[in-house]
Design a protein around this ligand. Structure first.
Ligand SMILES: Cc1ncc(COP(=O)(O)O)c(C=O)c1O
Length: 366
């Protein structure tokens, strides 16, 4: 991005002009005799650790959590915005950078569905660089760069690595090409929700150099904490300060922050490493269970904690598994993924149950 072009020039002018809300907790830190935020002086749950201090509004961006996540992802603390999952990060980006009816996002379906939902909620246009079935849903880098260069409505390019539901990773050369094509015209958002499962280096190491780069990370997948709702938008500080303008004043509930901090302690980091190893082994075991099934037409092992299959009768197989209490993911609304199923890597008991269910699946059309 040329230095002459400010990130703020890409944002909605009304957001840039907006005077940000200033919460009580932003104006004064949560120490001293606090009579400034209309809170209760005590918590009803004072005797329970989890309830300690919940009578007070939480820190908007808890310093310790921001520092922990910056350390985890290898970025500076002013390059971290903690969100309620990556879903919130996606929504904030679209709300700040896309004017309704004028600006657009670019995405490459089949991919994660929330880019489209966020754009539609905002009234933004959607430019799709479709991954073709014939190519095995490979990302068409050339078409992507051409689409970006040929359409100046595009403000956000969503790339996903590993991609959901294909599991493929984004090559560094292609990312650099897209960043170059986006310079001065759009932000490039690399959603790395599943990055810890893959060997691909994270795009976070490029943030210092590229003001147009945004990386999304989450504790939902490889940190086994989807219930926490804790994600991070990683980008240069100027991007994050724009996002904060439209974010709720107190997005992170105090118990969430406390648990997220616990998840990031050294003993948990050690356990997480073991969990990733176990999941990698379980994925190999899942692939073995799937081997030589005549009704599997195509299989994408991918680099994440799931695999994608094309089968001869996905509706039948989904129902067959559901009858045995095993829930797989189908894509009935997406014609490109007709007859595709996504299977998450679970524990060994779950895998054994899946294997039994698959053994009893009789597919007449296979
Ligand atoms: C690619 C991708 N990004 C983001 C998310 C949402 O993550 P979070 O739980 O952090 O909102 C998902 C969830 O499935 C996903 O697959």
């Amino acid at each position: 991005m040329s230095n002459a072009l400010n990130i703020a020039d890409l944002a909605r002018p009304e957001i840039v002009a907006m005077k940000p809300y200033s919460s009580a907790r932003l104006e004064a830190p949560g120490r001293g005799i606090l009579l400034n935020a209309n809170e209760a002086p005590w918590s009803l749950l004072e005797d329970e650790t989890i309830g300690l201090g919940i009578n007070r509004y939480p820190e908007p961006q808890p310093e310790a959590l921001v520092a922990g996540l910056a350390d985890l992802y290898g970025v500076a603390t002013d390059q971290v915005l903690v969100t309620r999952g990556s879903d919130e990060g996606i929504d904030l980006l679209v709300r700040v950078f896309c004017r309704a009816g004028q600006d657009a996002i670019l995405h490459c379906p089949p991919t994660f569905g929330m880019y489209r939902i966020a754009a539609q909620s905002q009234g933004a246009e959607i430019v799709s660089v479709q991954r073709s079935t014939e190519s095995g849903f490979a990302l068409d880098g050339k078409a992507l760069v051409e689409a970006l260069q040929g359409d100046d409505r595009i403000r956000l390019v969503f790339l996903t690595s590993p991609n959901n539901p294909i599991g493929d990773v984004l090559g560094r050369d292609l990312l650099l090409d897209v960043l170059a094509a986006a310079a001065g015209r759009a932000l490039v958002v690399v959603d790395e929700a599943y990055a810890e499962f893959s060997k691909q280096p994270s795009a976070t190491e490029l943030i210092a150099k590229y003001p147009q780069l945004v990386v999304l990370r989450t504790l939902s997948k490889a940190w086994a904490a989807a219930g926490l709702r804790c994600g991070s938008v990683l980008a240069q500080a100027e991007v994050l300060s724009l996002l904060r303008r439209v974010m709720a004043p107190y997005p992170l509930a105090a118990p969430v922050t406390a648990m997220a901090l616990r998840v990031l302690q050294p003993d948990m980091r050690e356990r997480q490493k073991q969990m990733l190893e176990e999941l990698a082994n379980n994925k190999q075991a899942l692939l073995q269970v799937l081997q030589d099934r005549p009704w599997i037409r195509r299989l994408w092992p991918g680099a994440a904690n799931f695999v994608l299959l094309e089968v001869s009768d996905s509706t039948g197989l989904l129902a067959h598994c559901a009858a045995q209490n095993i829930i797989l993911r189908g894509f009935p609304a997406d014609p490109n993924l007709r007859n595709c199923l996504r299977i998450s890597v679970g524990g060994r008991t779950e895998l054994a149950a899946l294997a039994t269910a698959l053994d009893s699946w009789k597919d007449d059309s296979a």
